[in-house]
Write a protein that binds this ligand. Structure first.
Ligand code: ATP
Length: 497
């Protein structure tokens, strides 16, 4: 199995990384057991802290987590999560362990969400019968913690349950979809999601209980789109071209720039065209004037046909004003704007929770999940002179006057970034210690329009001897490709013993 972009399939030259064991060695305490009868159209909401576990088994009836059905009798283990189990017809759950919060709610927006799904299905049906029509291109917008990602999961899971193959596009760098935080991605979904993980991260090697999905990933390296609007715009445009080309009817059309060969997003079938795309967006993007511009840009680039506004009257009326009377145009199809309420179950996640989630996704990317899938990353030592490292430009840390001569940011493309650099060449130094670096799908000597597809982790840097130790998800030689680093996700120390 190969890691997208890394091409680490040659003979191992590194050593297995042994400072960490994925297995939890603390002795298991017996977990308190309780049975819940959940009436139809209700949901059982629960939160589990990091470090605690709760096991849930569906004993009778039917139930789903964000649209994905639970099989009867299978034990699911949750840790560090805030989630809900919904039932259309009633169910009995066996729960072992003590959630930090748990209650049953009879008020859920699931009927409205399902109606939206059926409206999209109708459009998919029409698209599948017409050789020229494309499926719906849905974008979900709303404030932070409005339940956007949860709705994307529900719409994706329902589409997959109906045999569709939607492309899920994540434009929110705060949380990765099947990749690390700090990335934007597009993934073709034709099989079920892992309900314990949500979108989780894509396993780089080893067995997986659900079919592995390989996303197309771009490295952004900052928490919000406002961090480097120029880079964000460039990546959104590039992603839109790649996804649109997959949805395009003409299989002979020009391929997208720098397409990675291993990505499902790049293999086209007529069903891809009719299934359409579902786009998740960051909460901050719909709260500031800069954000509105970025939103507008993303809506145009993806030729969005359905804009779902979640949990904000104001945003809904702003969007109506902006897009309702837009003249019909070949490149700007009419947009239906739909307002949906936020689920009462949506919870705010504090910084500590989000940070712990990020650390977990990085750990799982390299080491797998405890008791489920153990991966064996490799360490290797690389000389400074063998590395070609770039750093994402950040408004606060990178002054354009410090850029190497010839790195005029406007020359590098992107436009509209207010004098901000996309990337700047960086020196190897202690500052890279414990950071995630993405191996770019580009060649040394290329310009700064670069596709980031997979990551390696710097674990140890020796400035005197001018080498660094790298933790890579797979054995093999580090490809002679440029690497890019940035400040998000923050350096992770928990992996190093
Ligand atoms: N019905 C529900 N019951 C319990 N928890 C829920 C429910 N819906 C969403 N959540 C939880 O609330 C949190 C916020 O939801 P979600 O991530 O979908 O919001 P978001 O709008 O995508 O957030 P952000 O803007 O930060 O990306 C998540 O932890 C999610 O699992």
């Amino acid at each position: 199995m190969s890691v997208p972009g890394l091409q680490l399939s040659e003979l191992p030259i590194g050593q297995p990384f042994s400072n960490f064991t994925a297995q939890d060695s603390t002795p298991a305490e017996p977990l308190a057991e309780k049975t819940y009868e959940i009436a139809k159209l209700r949901e059982w909401r629960f939160e589990v802290a990091f470090g605690a576990t709760v096991e849930v088994k569906l004993l009778k009836g039917s139930a789903e987590i964000f649209g994905t059905e639970l099989p009867i009798g299978h034990k699911f283990t949750f840790t560090g999560t805030k989630s809900a189990i919904f039932t259309w017809h009633g169910c009995t759950l066996e729960v072992r362990g003590s959630p930090s919060v748990e209650y049953t709610s009879e008020e859920t927006p699931m009927t409205a969400y399902t109606n939206l799904h059926f409206a999209l299905e109708k459009q998919r049906g029409m698209a599948s019968e017409s050789p020229t029509m494309q499926g719906p291109r849905v974008m979900i917008i709303g404030p932070e913690n409005a339940g956007k990602t949860s709705l994307v999961k529900i719409l994706t899971a329902y589409a997959v349950r109906q045999g569709q193959k939607p492309a899920v596009v994540n434009l929110d760098p705060k949380e990765g979809v099947l990749s690390l935080p700090g990335t934007l991605s597009a993934t073709s979904f034709s099989t079920i999601m892992d309900v314990e993980e949500g979108f989780g991260s894509s396993p780089t090697s080893g067995p997986s209980p659900v079919p592995v999905k390989l996303p197309l990933v771009y490295y952004y390296g900052l928490e919000t789109p406002e961090g480097n609007t120029k880079l964000y715009r460039a990546l959104v445009s590039r992603m839109a071209v790649a996804v649109s080309s997959r949805l395009s009817e003409d299989d002979q059309s020009t391929p997208p720039p720098s397409p990675p060969s291993t990505n499902e997003v790049n293999t086209r079938t007529p069903q891809d065209r009719s299934s359409g795309i579902i786009i998740d967006t960051p909460g901050t993007i719909s709260q500031t004037p800069t954000g509105y511009d970025l939103l507008h840009h993303a809506i145009s680039e993806f030729s969005v046909t359905t804009l779902v506004v979640l949990g904000s009257e104001r945003l809904y009326s702003d969007m109506l004003r902006r897009f309702e009377d837009r003249p019909n145009h070949q490149h700007h199809p009419p947009i239906s704007i739909i307002k949906l309420s936020k689920s009462g179950g949506c919870v705010d996640r504090d910084d500590a929770f989000l940070r712990a989630s990020r650390e977990r996704s990085i750990r799982e990317y390299f080491f797998g999940e405890p008791k489920k899938r153990t991966l064996s990353p490799y360490t290797m030592t690389v000389g400074f002179d063998d590395l070609n490292i770039w750093r994402v430009g950040e408004a606060s840390t990178l002054n354009a006057s410090l850029l190497p001569i010839g790195h005029d940011d406007d020359e590098e493309g992107g436009g509209g970034g207010g004098g901000q650099a996309l990337l700047a060449q960086a020196e190897c130094s202690m500052l890279l210690q414990h950071s995630v670096a993405a191996v770019l799908h580009a060649e040394v000597g290329d310009g700064v329009h670069i596709l980031a597809e997979s990551s390696v982790m710097g674990a140890s840097v020796d400035e005197q001897k001018r080498y660094m130790k790298i933790l890579a998800p797979m054995p093999g030689r580090l490809p002679p490709k440029p690497l890019v680093v940035s400040s998000f996700p923050e350096p992770t120390f928990s992996l190093v013993g």
